[in-house]
Design a protein around this ligand. Structure first.
Ligand code: DP6
Length: 347
């Protein structure tokens, strides 16, 4: 029987955004970020070691949802090249990678955080199996590897909230890997839901990797990095004290700053669509009218993540279905909540 490892790894949504890489390193963030690990949006990835590899370079095959996706191969190759010196399993075997996402195609949801998280875990697991040596801290090692595939992926390895990037706010925080947020999170922020409102399901007009590169030479970048550092302190306090008003202000401002940086780059883009703005305005009105603590955040795309404490689930689902679905492509939205991180699957 060939050796095989299968892991399920969730996606995450950033509250303070990673946007910009440090110069001179490999996949090091220009500022610290914090995210919530999601429960219901995940990738399940298997690697099977079918035969050896004597080519002197990474060898792999990749199927996503049962099909070859040549568009993903360069990013996987770059990842395997980056970890080549470190891992025997990559040097000695052909890796047959099969991944499935549990969210539907055509939702515009990026799967790279979940995908590289799961891939890194499979690689660590197989490395342990072939060398017979256990990693001192498997989660940390997998986070470090996942970062080399896609920066935001390194935060998907932990339950609850994870922090990536040097910051005095969290002990042991590092540019190399993410660590769990180290303080208790008070009610009502300890049980947040994330409804992803699908505004646009097209291929992204600019990849995140290209987006990060646009910060090089952007005159606003130093101010943005300083703001993110400050927001880490503020959000840490808000989470710890359960200060929802302050939390909302930081989360929404972070989302808009990310998009503002995109608009203020020399090669500029507008990633929001008219329906993105319509939904944001509806959220603000709903919050004003009901006093319920609902808020939005955004990825580098048009979809809106509607965050709210679970105790308001009934009211918010009703709000989504009555007022927001009209702005969603094919009336699609996906519901998730804060989750417990990756799980190894039995073969
Ligand atoms: C907007 O992690 O996708 O989601 O490191 O180049 O793979 P690469 O970029 P990626 O960047 C995502 C950034 C973001 C914000 C965030 O998740 O912090």
């Amino acid at each position: 029987m060939p050796l095989k490892s299968t892991w399920r790894c969730p996606s995450n949504i950033a509250l303070v955004k990673y946007w910009g890489k440090k110069e001179g390193g490999v996949q090091l963030p220009a500022n610290p970020s914090i995210s919530l690990t999601l429960s219901d949006l995940y990738a399940q990835t298997s690697i099977t070691l079918v035969h050896g590899n004597v080519s002197g370079q990474p060898a792999f095959s990749f199927l996503l949802d049962g099909q070859r996706k040549p568009g993903f191969e360069p990013k996987i190759l770059a990842f395997l090249q980056r970890i080549w010196n470190d891992l025997q399993v990559v040097r000695e075997y052909h890796l047959h990678i099969e991944s499935v996402n549990n969210f539907p195609h055509g939702t515009g949801i990026a799967s790279s955080a979940a995908g590289f998280g799961a891939l890194a875990l499979c690689i660590c697991d197989l490395e342990e199996q072939i060398t017979g040596v256990k990693f001192e801290n498997l989660q940390q090692k997998a986070s470090e590897l996942a970062r080399l595939g896609s920066g935001s992926a390194c935060r998907s390895l932990f339950s609850g909230a994870a922090v990536w990037g040097e910051t005095p706010v969290v002990q042991g925080a590092s540019d190399l890997y993410a660590v769990p947020f180290d303080k208790p999170i008070a009610e009502p922020l300890n049980d947040l839901m994330d409804a992803v409102l699908i505004v646009d399901d097209e291929e992204k007009q600019v990849s995140s990797t290209q987006g990060h590169a646009l910060l090089k030479g952007n005159v606003y970048a130093p101010a943005r990095y300083a703001a993110a550092q400050e927001n880490m302190q503020r959000i840490s306090d808000a989470l710890n004290k359960g200060s929802i008003r302050s939390f909302i202000a930081i989360v929404e401002s972070e989302a808009l700053q990310l998009h503002a940086m995109m608009m203020a780059s020399s090669q500029y883009y507008i990633l929001m669509r008219p329906n993105t703005l319509a939904i944001i305005e509806k959220i603000w009105k709903f919050r004003e009218n009901t006093g319920l603590p609902v808020m939005f955040t955004l990825d580098a795309g048009a979809n809106v993540h509607l965050l709210f404490p679970k105790m308001y689930n009934a009211e918010v689902v009703n709000f989504i279905e009555t007022d927001l679905l009209a702005y969603c492509k094919n009336r699609q939205y996906l519901c998730s909540s804060t989750g417990n991180g990756p799980e190894k699957q039995n073969e």
